[in-house]
Design a binder for this molecule. Structure first.
Ligand SMILES: Nc1ncnc2c1ncn2[C@@H]1O[C@H](COP(=O)(O)OP(=O)(O)OP(=O)(O)O)[C@@H](O)[C@H]1O
Length: 232
């Protein structure tokens, strides 16, 4: 579905990603782990075209999209749930979702989003700014789905949420996974990441330092201690 081949990215003169190779197969969830500042968001932003200065190939269903502008990339079917959610606080839940509707149609409609997120249905007329953090995270995921993407990129959707809310959001993401959605999921919390992953990558200083299945990482927790913000 999505493949990065030797991707290098730069902010001005600053060389941040150093040859990232990564693959998300159709219907799979790949999680990207790493401490703060290791290049996870830059990887997402490189895929979606927010970072323009880069080298290497980014293949969506075999087509190299690395040279395209972000609006063209979004139209090709890559959806993003950005870090910090970025919902419109003064619009209602329904308005936030409708603004993003894909006029070409597709399986994700307002009704289906409300089926997946009953909490959002309950709050449909509320201003998004009045929602709890967990509800805002759900809204941000729902909004990305309204474009009927082929793959979703999620940048720490559970950041700052209570454990209870993390559980609710992860349950929804698991349902999405079971419905066949492909996802690249940036996460800082290892147990949250492993609960949904088919495949795990760890980034350190802009490079992939580990790639494997969640079970393998669980058996090699020394790797996690080495590269993630954990204490042994
Ligand atoms: N707009 C920018 N201009 C210059 N440098 C940046 C910019 N954004 C990020 N960086 C730098 O690029 C490196 C990677 O940052 P990035 O945000 O990708 O890390 P991250 O792994 O997503 O961390 P976090 O979880 O804190 O978001 C860091 O050294 C950061 O300081």
């Amino acid at each position: 579905m999505l493949e990065l081949k030797s991707v290098h990215s730069y902010y001005g003169e600053s060389h941040v990603l150093h040859g990232i190779n990564l693959e998300v197969q159709k219907g799979k969830v790949v999680t990207l782990l790493g401490r703060n500042g290791m290049g996870k968001t830059t990887t997402i932003h490189s895929i979606i075209g927010f970072v323009r200065k880069k080298q290497g190939e980014i293949l969506l269903e075999g087509e190299n999209i690395a040279g395209l502008e972000s609006h063209q990339i979004a139209r090709k079917g890559i959806g993003i749930v950005p870090q910090g959610r970025r919902i419109f606080p003064n619009l209602t839940v329904t308005e936030n979702l409708s603004v993003f509707a894909n006029h070409k149609g597709g399986e994700w409609t307002l009704e289906r989003i409300f089926e997946l997120f009953p909490r959002l249905k309950e709050r449909e007329k509320s201003h998004a700014g009045n929602l709890s953090g967990g509800e805002q995270s759900m809204l941000s995921i729902g909004r990305a789905l309204m474009r009927n993407p082929k793959i979703l990129l999620l940048d720490e959707p559970t950041e700052g949420l209570s454990p209870l809310m993390v559980g609710e959001v992860m349950e929804i993401l698991l349902k999405l996974k079971n419905s066949g959605m492909s996802m690249l999921f940036v996460e800082q919390n290892i147990s949250t990441a492993l609960s949904i992953a088919d495949d795990v990558y760890i980034l350190s200083k802009g490079q992939v330092v580990y790639h494997g299945q969640p079970e393998e990482l669980q058996e090699n927790m020394n790797i996690a201690y080495q590269y993630l913000a954990l204490s042994s």
